[in-house]
Design a protein around this ligand. Structure first.
Ligand SMILES: O=C(O)C1=C[C@@H](OP(=O)(O)O)[C@@H](O)[C@H](O)C1
Ligand SMILES: C=C(OP(=O)(O)O)C(=O)O
Length: 407
């Protein structure tokens, strides 16, 4: 379904409630399956978190996690330790192109029984759950942090815990720290020094408690972009956010100062306020926050700000090759983009072509990142419902603040 977004103007003051972080939810859902003694509040309503919940509750021997990358990686580790159970873990066409070999090899080294059903190194995989007795493994850390988080999430259930050596430059580190912080919150001890992570095994029942998931910062990024493109004085309040977040995408607060967006935290909410700003070029390394690259590139394009985004080496193995997708769609709209396999350079442009259909490539973040452009010109978003992967109520929320959207 294509959505047309008429050139819109948003309310001077508005408020939005986004549900819990998809990343935190998918970790905590898995941990809850391992340790049923704790409860969760503000769990993400995303497709990916629903798929995670269903997969953890499923008794079927085939589990299909569609486009959900974290679910694919985390469940590979989870099913590896479900003794006596055999599961084939599969996903969408794109998921079958997203590499999983580094994680599979690490689990195999720990003793897991995993085999490839179609192509070596990629889903679908067949996992025969068993007790893993080894506790030391090394893996490449520069491809996806999700492999590392997957191992950490099951580590406290291994009889000797886990000692993980990370080889090479570590990518997306905040996501690894998020995993360790959540483990700490439920009572699992760990250490992370230099490139070695150690997790202690848990032998007794954990203390029961309720954990409240903080709202999703990657979803919040679209409101930072909307604020940046709005009139000076516009305020958007987003609830259930804290200043000291576990989510690396909270770097948005500093990054969007460049675009005149000032963030105030009060009573469990943050208010984004647009102030006057200049059009200085922007250079950013996003290796710690890859999911906000599309949002930032489109903000720059909309404001006519040139930018150099580096540290984007993980983007080509996400829901689509996000570097190619960004270049293709921004250029359709009249921009000029140069990419390598890990960077994007945007040349400042001074106009945006109207009503060009923007392709979304089964990537929720393509649809959401381009939507704020409607504050500058009328746009068309193809397959607009892709947003449900992480933010199912995105379009309703945009309408509630003044966007005019028609099918
Ligand atoms: O662990 C996580 O929850 C995630 C880690 C990141 O992936 P990479 O480590 O592959 O960059 C991020 O892009 C993804 O959306 C969520
Ligand atoms: C990359 C993402 O998700 P995943 O890897 O979990 O599919 C994302 O949400 O931007």
């Amino acid at each position: 379904m294509h959505f047309t977004l008429q050139k819109s103007k948003i309310a001077k003051q508005s408020s939005i409630q986004i549900t819990g972080s998809k990343s935190e939810s998918n970790r905590l859902l898995l941990l809850q399956a391992l340790y049923p003694e704790f409860k969760l509040e503000n769990v993400s309503n995303s497709d990916d978190s629903n798929l995670m919940t269903n997969a953890l509750n499923s008794l079927s021997d085939i589990v299909d996690i569609h486009h959900a990358g974290t679910a694919m990686r985390f469940l590979t580790a989870y099913f590896s330790i479900q003794e006596g159970r055999t599961v084939t873990l599969t996903g969408s066409k794109r998921m079958k192109e997203r590499p999983i070999e580094i994680l599979v090899e690490a689990l195999q080294e720990l003793g897991a029984d995993i085999s490839y059903v179609q192509n070596e190194g990629f889903p679908p995989i067949k996992i025969k759950g068993k007790k893993l007795t080894k506790n030391k493994v090394s893996l490449k850390a520069n491809v996806s942090s999700q492999y590392i988080s997957a191992l950490l999430l099951i580590a406290s259930k291994l009889e000797n815990g886990l000692e993980l050596t990370l080889e090479g430059e570590i990518t997306s580190i905040p996501y690894i720290n998020m995993t360790l912080s959540l483990l700490d919150e439920i009572g699992v001890e760990s250490s992370f020094t230099d490139n070695i992570i150690k997790i202690k095994p848990i032998t007794k029942k954990l203390n029961s408690k309720t954990l409240t998931v903080e709202s999703d910062w990657s979803s919040a990024s679209y409101y930072f972009s909307i604020a940046a493109l709005s009139d000076v004085g516009t305020e958007i309040t987003l609830t259930s956010y804290k200043e000291n977040s576990l989510q690396g995408d909270s770097a948005l607060v500093d990054i969007y100062k460049h675009f005149g967006v000032v963030t105030d935290f009060k009573d469990n909410a943050m208010t984004l306020k647009k102030e006057a700003s200049s059009l200085e070029p922007l250079t950013l390394d996003l290796k710690n926050a890859p999911d906000i690259a599309q949002t930032i590139a489109v903000t720059c394009f909309a404001l006519g700000i040139p930018c150099d985004l580096i540290g984007l080496h993980t983007l080509k193995i996400k829901e689509t090759d996000r570097l190619v997708a960004l270049k293709t769609e921004i250029e359709k709209l009249g921009g000029k983009v140069d990419i390598t396999d890990k960077s994007l350079h945007l040349t400042a442009s001074h106009s945006i072509n109207e009503l060009i259909p923007i392709a979304t490539y089964n990537d929720h973040r393509m649809a959401m990142a381009f939507a704020p452009l409607a504050l500058k010109t009328s746009i068309v978003i193809e397959d607009a419902m892709v947003v449900s992967k992480s933010y199912p109520t995105f379009w309703n929320d945009l309408e509630s603040i003044g966007f005019i959207i028609t099918e």
